[in-house]
Each structure stands twice: as C-alpha cells, then as structure tokens.
Design a protein around this ligand. Structure first.
Ligand code: PTJ
Length: 254
C-alpha cells in the first residue's frame, strides 16, 4: 500500500471535512471503517451541502422526537457500525449513558475479526457492556449478514437508533415491530422512509443534539408523549426535501 503524509492547514476552508476524511481513511487501514464506508461518507457529505452543513430546525425537531422515543423505551438499543464508530464513538457512548441504552456493534461487512476491532476501539473510547461479539439471533427478512443480532440487544429492543443504516435492515427492524430511529442525511433513502423517525442531519451534529433533548425531556413525560403522537415521518421528510431544494434556488435579484 502506498502511504503518504499530509498536513492539513487549519486555514483551509474545508479543514474539518478534510481532517475527517483523513481519519476515516486511516480507519479503513485499521479495519474499523469498511472501504465502501468511504463511499457512504462521500454521499453523506454531498447531502450535507444541501443543508448548508448545519442543523436546520426541522431536523432538530426530529432529533427531539427521537430523544422522546429513547426515553419512553423499555429496552432502547443504539446500533453501531464502522462509519458511526469512526465519526463519533465518544458522542454515541455519551448518548447511550444519558438515556441509558445498550450499544450493539452490527456490521454490514461482517467478520468476527472486524467486530472485535470495532468493539475494542469503542471500549478504548469508554464503552462498557457492549453487545455484538455474540449474535445468537437473526432478524427475519434480510439476506445479508446484517440479519445477525444479539438476543439481549436489537432482538429484544423496542426502540433502535440506527445511525447510517442500509435500507434492508431498517425495513426488517420496522417489520419486526420496533420503533426505528434513523440518522441519515439522505431524505430519499429507504432507511429514512422506512423509519419511524428520520433525523436528516450529519451524525456528529445529530448525536449531541439528541443527547441535549434527552436531558431536557428526562422529567417531562407528557411533553415526550405529545411529541411522539404529533410526529409524522412522511411530513418530516417532505419538509427536509423542500429545505434542500430551497438551497438550490438562485438567490433573488442577483
Ligand atoms: O461498517 P459497516 O460494514 O456496517 O458498513 C457501513 C456502511 C455505511 C458502509 C453501510 O451501512 C452502507 O452501505 O450504508 P449505505 O447504504 O451507503 O447508507 C449510508 C447512508 O448514510 C447514506 O444515505 C448517506 O447519505 C448517509 N450518511 C453518510 N455519512 C453520513 C450519513 N448520514 C449522516 N451523517 C453522516 N456523516
């Protein structure tokens, strides 16, 4: 493999994006991020441009509803893959503690060695009681290895948070009767459409936002239930698509 040294200037207008790309690419070498995870990341970056790379109010409202579901759940689980680990391990661990929820490593590109690497990475970042090394159960209706899951985790969960998920698994989780909370920058994805709540926002912004809402809603059960019953995911996605289209419109009188 050809290696390179790259110093990214802090003055570069896309400093943060470049640093993240370099980290994700290094994490491919370490077996944490799958090579195709870089393609998924690039697609996410493109959609984030259409949001102006910021959390818009519609997305934050969905993050609040996701927080309400996580607090109302009797068995909430956060499902974690390679990209989510590479992008925001610490924030996901912090969110899991705040709820509290179990974290389960669930990989699309599965091997026992890769699961072990991802688990160790998360544990070095502070994760405890991780699930995913043993996956004794299977979700019906998925052909891929992603059908595997931990009995104590996703299999028994009533609410599952899925950052950056593929559409097949999101659909299978929904058909299994679970409340599916997705974080996905693509409002047209099957994952966004199949989920109960799609937070259309960048993962590293969405996860701390959800945690902030968890802390605000902790002692407000009535508000939580009202948020959940008033939410409509199809309407949420339509608003997100409109917001993205609006950003593509030419500025008036220019
Ligand atoms: O680590 P593994 O083996 O489990 O593989 C993980 C990937 C991401 C490769 C796998 O789940 C996959 O193929 O995902 P997809 O089907 O490409 O979907 C990824 C979705 O996440 C796309 O709709 C992207 O727009 C979106 N996305 C990418 N980066 C971000 C994102 N959404 C939010 N924040 C991001 N940073």
């Amino acid at each position: 493999m050809v290696r390179w040294d790259m110093e990214i200037s802090k003055d570069h207008p896309r400093y943060r994006s470049l640093v993240t790309r370099e980290r994700m690419s290094r994490l491919v070498d370490e077996g944490i991020v799958a090579p195709t995870g870089l393609i998924a990341h690039g697609r996410g970056e493109a959609f984030d441009y259409l949001l102006g790379e910021r959390t818009i109010p519609v997305a934050d409202a969905a993050a609040r509803v996701a927080a309400a579901h996580l607090l109302e759940a009797s068995h909430p689980v956060i499902s974690v893959n390679g990209n989510a680990t590479g992008l925001c391990a610490e924030a996901l661990i912090s969110l899991a503690r705040a709820i509290p929820a179990r974290m389960e490593v669930n990989l699309f590109h599965y091997s026992t060695e890769r699961v072990e690497r991802v688990c160790r990475y998360l544990e070095a970042a502070g994760a405890r009681d991780l699930l995913g090394r043993r996956q004794e159960s299977r979700l019906d209706g998925i052909a891929s290895d992603r059908a595997r899951c931990a009995t104590e985790g996703t299999y028994q969960a009533d609410v599952v948070l899925i950052p950056l998920e593929d559409g097949d698994r999101a659909g299978a989780l929904a058909r299994a009767g679970k409340v599916v909370l997705a974080i996905d920058l693509n409002p047209l994805s099957r994952t966004a459409a199949e989920s109960s709540v799609a937070v259309v926002d960048e993962l590293t912004r969405a996860v701390p936002n959800i945690e902030r809402h968890v802390n605000e809603l902790r002692d407000r059960p009535e508000e939580r239930r009202a948020l959940i019953s008033d939410f409509n995911n199809a309407r949420n996605l339509e608003r997100m698509r409109k917001a993205m289209c609006a950003l593509l419109e030419p500025a008036p009188n220019k």
